[in-house]
Structure formats: structure tokens, C-alpha cells
Design a protein around this ligand. Structure first.
Ligand SMILES: *Cc1c(COP(=O)(O)O)cnc(C)c1O
Length: 394
């Protein structure tokens, strides 16, 4: 089955619910057992998952977990109440006091904050590495390295990582390779075909797709699953069934939305690359991007989140404010992956420790990050064009 069919069918069993197309939203804490014998034995749903207590999931949760797993691959998916929990819980699961973990310098900022905060406080040694290190990571691996964290491309600076080379090296010391796969979504990068052991998604972004909920998912290989599921059980972390239902609604159309996001994003990226104010567009699907060859080798498509660097003479704070404060269609706010376009100023040097920004070969200047939504592309380009006119006039 192709992804479009999986996205529309996986996790649904209408015959079990009087023909109702979508699985029911189960609000549950207590689950009643009919007999002592049932209570003492494993209780399972028609899908084969155990239903014992609301915290551990119901058929509502299992349905979305099944659908995400069908698209992303791997052995099993567990839902989390936010994308950030989908990043922090695997770190808690696979790293222990005295361990050493390697984290890409391009990591999502709040994941970095967790590593520098709670993870360090728990006695884990955190080391950041150059996202472009590739197989060279073997020089940094130690006997006690238990996690290698990858995120490709990084959601601020868009370096594409050589994940198969990193994973091969990491596995020589038995480290677990965890990937934040949010940028590509489960459609455009298949982590388990490239050596990843655990994949995290901010479901909040393209899977939910409508800017109305926060959720995460963690998908594991069979070998990695037991350890993760114990962490999930021990912490009692679980999502709300109403949010799961909404996220499932988003997932059913992801294969229709993503190709549009990709095409529209590329059109805007190419237009930006031709602007006099822009020094460089950081978008791996552009042939001029330093990560393009790796992107082409490993990815099946591109999402519509990317960034561009303004020439120094157009990088003044007044010009940026004149542009960004008055956009007609582009909103200014965090997150992305919804149906609407966003444009924000970002400051990569603040979140780097292992590498310098700008990198050698990359332009210097103010950086803006853009998420291209599902509006008409011509209208979006007009909005940007007027924004650049304000920037120049300020
Ligand atoms: C947004 C995001 C997250 C966290 O998701 P939330 O649901 O906002 O907590 C994790 N990783 C990346 C790359 C993200 O962009």
C-alpha cells in the first residue's frame, strides 16, 4: 500500500463500530473488568493492544498510533502530549546517570534546554557536535555513549545530516540513534530505512496540520521499544483523547497537504533567491543548497519550512520591523506545519555551542524563517513583495 492509502485507512475499523468511519473518542480513566479472571489476565482490544487503565491508552490512542506507525515505519508508536515530550521522554528512557550523549548543534532549542537542564542535573554528560560531522562522529564516541541525537534538517539552520553514516558509527558502541523527524514528517523521511532506532515527531506540526493542538509521537524499532515503553509507563505521560481525535483528522489528509506545501514552498524559495535583498536561501531542495545532494539521496520530499539570510545592508532592525509588523497574510508566531503561512526573525548564533554561525561558506546577515501555508502562492509572493518595499523604505 502507498502512503496515501495508509494515511486514509490505517487505524480505522468501521465494521467494529456499526460502520462509523472514524474510531470513537473514548474518555476513560477506569476500565471495567467483567470477571476476576479477566482482571488477572491481560485485557486486549480487538486490535490486540492492552486496555487496562485510561493512562495506558484506549482504542482512540491506539488508532492514531497505528496510523503514524504505518506511515513512518518501525515497530510501534506511542503518543505524547506535546512534541517536546516526544523529545525529552526518549532521552530519559535511554540515558542514565554516568552516560555520555551526543546531540547535534542544530537541535531544536527546547530540546537543548532540557539537555542542559534536567538531563545534566540527572548526571548525564551532554556534548554537542557539528551537524555536518557525518561518519567523523566516531572520534567523539565513547564506551559510555548511549544516545546520538540527530535532527535533519535543523529547524533553524537547515543543515542536512548524513544519518546513515552517523548511525553506523553510533551502533559500533551500542548507542541508540534518536531522530527528531518533524521537518520531513513521516511522509518525506523514512528514518528506519536509514539506521535510526527511535523517531520523534511533533504531531503539532504537519500531522495535525491545523494549528489547533499540541501532540507528539515516538516510534521505535522492536529492539528499542521495551525500554521506551517502560519509561512511558513509569512516568504516566499520556495525551488527551479529544486532541488525539483532532490529530487523526489532520493525518487523514497529510499526503494531500504536503505535496502542496512542498511545491508552494519551493516557488516562494526560488522567488526569494532572486530578490536583491536576499543573500541566501536555506532550503535543502534548492540545487544551490549545500545539503542538496544528501537531501536528494535520503529524502522523498521537502516540507515548506525554510529560512533566508538578508544582505547586511538590508539587515537593519528598523527595516525588519517595518516588514514583519505589517504583513497582510504571513503571521508572526512560533510553530509551523499548519495551513497558514508564518514569517519570523530568528537568531541562530544564540543557540550554538559546538559550531560557529554563520558557517564557513554561508552568508552573513539577519535571518528570517518562513513557513509556507496553503494560501494562493501568488498572494503570498505579493505580500512578501510589499514587505520588502517597506524594509527598503525604513
Ligand atoms: C515544534 C517542534 C517540537 C516540539 O513540538 P511541540 O508540540 O511544540 O512541543 C520538536 N521538534 C521540532 C523540530 C519542532 O519544530
Amino acid at each position: 500500500m502507498k502512503d496515501g492509502t495508509k494515511a486514509t485507512h490505517a487505524g480505522r475499523r468501521p465494521k467494529d463500530y456499526d460502520g462509523v468511519v472514524n474510531p470513537p473518542v473514548m474518555h476513560a480513566s477506569t476500565i471495567l473488568y467483567p470477571t476476576v479472571e479477566h482482571m488477572r489476565s491481560e485485557r486486549t482490544t480487538r486490535a490486540g493492544d492492552s486496555v487496562t487503565y485510561g493512562v495506558h491508552g484506549t482504542e482512540t490512542t491506539f488508532a492514531l498510533e497505528t496510523a503514524i506507525r504505518a506511515l513512518e515505519g518501525g515497530y510501534r508508536t506511542r503518543l505524547q502530549p506535546s512534541g517536546l515530550v516526544a523529545c525529552t521522554l526518549p532521552l530519559l528512557a535511554y540515558a542514565s546517570a554516568g552516560d555520555h550523549v551526543l546531540i547535534t548543534d542544530s537541535v531544536y532549542g527546547p530540546t537543548r534546554a532540557f539537555c542542559d537542564g534536567m538531563l545534566t542535573r540527572m548526571g548525564v554528560e551532554v556534548e554537542y557536535y557539528d551537524p555536518l560531522i557525518g561518519g567523523g562522529i566516531k572520534q567523539l564516541l565513547r564506551k559510555n555513549t548511549t544516545v546520538v541525537w540527530v535532527e535533519s534538517p535543523g529547524s533553524w539552520t537547515f543543515e542536512v545530516q548524513d544519518i546513515p553514516a552517523i548511525a553506523e558509527a553510533a551502533h559500533t558502541v551500542g548507542a541508540t540513534v534518536i531522530m527528531d523527524n518533524t521537518w520531513a514528517s513521516p511522509l518525506y523521511y523514512k528514518p528506519f530505512e536509514h539506521g535510526v532506532d527511535v523517531s520523534t515527531q511533533a504531531v503539532t506540526k504537519y500531522i495535525a496540520g491545523h494549528s489547533d493542538l499540541v501532540m507528539g509521537s515516538v516510534t521505535c524499532t522492536e529492539e528499542a521499544y521495551d525500554r521506551f515503553q517502560r519509561a512511558q509507563q513509569e512516568t504516566g505521560i499520556c495525551p488527551s483523547p479529544d486532541d488525539v481525535f483532532l490529530a487523526m483528522r489532520g493525518l487523514r489528509t497529510i499526503h494531500v497537504r504536503l505535496p502542496h506545501h512542498m511545491q508552494a514552498g519551493l516557488q516562494v524559495a526560488e522567488w526569494l533567491a532572486g530578490r536583491e535583498e536576499v543573500a541566501e536561501v536555506m532550503h535543502p531542495a534548492l540545487p544551490t543548497d549545500p545539503g542538496h545532494a544528501l537531501w536528494k539521496r535520503d529524502f522523498l520530499g521537502a516540507s515548506s519550512l525554510f529560512a533566508f539570510i538578508l544582505k547586511p545592508e538590508f539587515s537593519g532592525p528598523e527595516g525588519q520591523a517595518a516588514m514583519l509588523d505589517n504583513m497582510n497574510l504571513f503571521g508572526m508566531g512560533f510553530s509551523w506545519g499548519g495551513f497558514e503561512s508564518l514569517l519570523i526573525p530568528i537568531d541562530p548564533p544564540k543557540i550554538r555551542t559546538a559550531t560557529q554561525w554563520p558557517r564557513a561558506g554561508r552568508a552573513e546577515g539577519a535571518v528570517m524563517r518562513i513557513h509556507v501555508g496553503l494560501e494562493d502562492v501568488g498572494d503570498l509572493i505579493d505580500d512578501l513583495d510589499e514587505g520588502f518595499a517597506r524594509l527598503r523604505g525604513a
